[in-house]
Design a protein around this ligand. Structure first.
Ligand SMILES: [Zn+2]
Length: 194
């Protein structure tokens, strides 16, 4: 997830402000270095140095505060599930705790299980993988359906994401229910003979 130029600029500004605490000789070198970084380098720098909450710049906290939009597919009092904007596969979802923390709380598993089951029911993947991530000090969990052959992420269009949300949240089709009734694995009781 590469940040926008705007976000990178805000972080740069924040980093440059921090330089006031550095000795004069080091300050100028660091200033040059920070100013020359592109978005990706800034993001890596932030991740490598485990910089937390740069003046409220955490993208996930911005989602909770309403500063940034997201496509939400589930929510409870502890976390939300949102669609990944650069998915590896159809149904790639991020489960984000509402609290900015570098540790994952157990209750997040409930939502992860709920989402995994939904993905299995709707899209029939081979498996659903989970992967812990930490972005700008905010720990979260990725839930990724695997259909086989996934290798690169792509940038999803807004229409694609909206359609995916609809598909994911739609009630089961009547054909699914019929399939279940006619499922030979469900034992039928013999007709009652009086
Ligand atoms: Zn955060």
């Amino acid at each position: 997830m590469v940040m926008t130029t705007e976000e990178a600029d805000e972080i740069k500004e924040h980093l440059l402000k921090q330089l006031d605490n550095f000795p004069e000789d080091k300050r100028n070198d660091l200033k040059k270095k920070i100013n020359s970084m592109n978005e990706e380098e800034i993001e890596n720098f932030v991740q490598q140095n485990n910089l937390k909450h740069l003046g409220g710049q955490c993208i996930f906290c911005e989602i909770f505060s309403g500063k940034k939009s997201s496509i939400k597919v589930a929510e409870n009092n502890l976390s939300i599930a949102i669609l990944e904007l650069n998915p590896l596969s159809k149904g790639h979802i991020l489960i984000v705790p509402k609290e900015h923390s570098n540790t994952l709380l157990d209750p997040i598993d409930d939502m992860a299980n709920q989402i995994s089951n939904k993905l299995k029911e709707k899209f029939n993947p081979i498996e659903v993988r989970r992967n812990e991530l930490e972005i700008m000090g905010h720990k979260l969990l990725e839930v990724i359906p695997i259909y086989g052959g996934e290798s690169v992420r792509h940038t999803a269009t807004n229409e694609e994401l909206v359609r995916l949300k609809e598909e994911l949240l739609s009630p089961p089709k009547s054909s699914d229910i019929k399939g279940l009734i006619n499922n030979p694995r469900i034992p039928k009781f013999p007709p009652r003979i009086p």
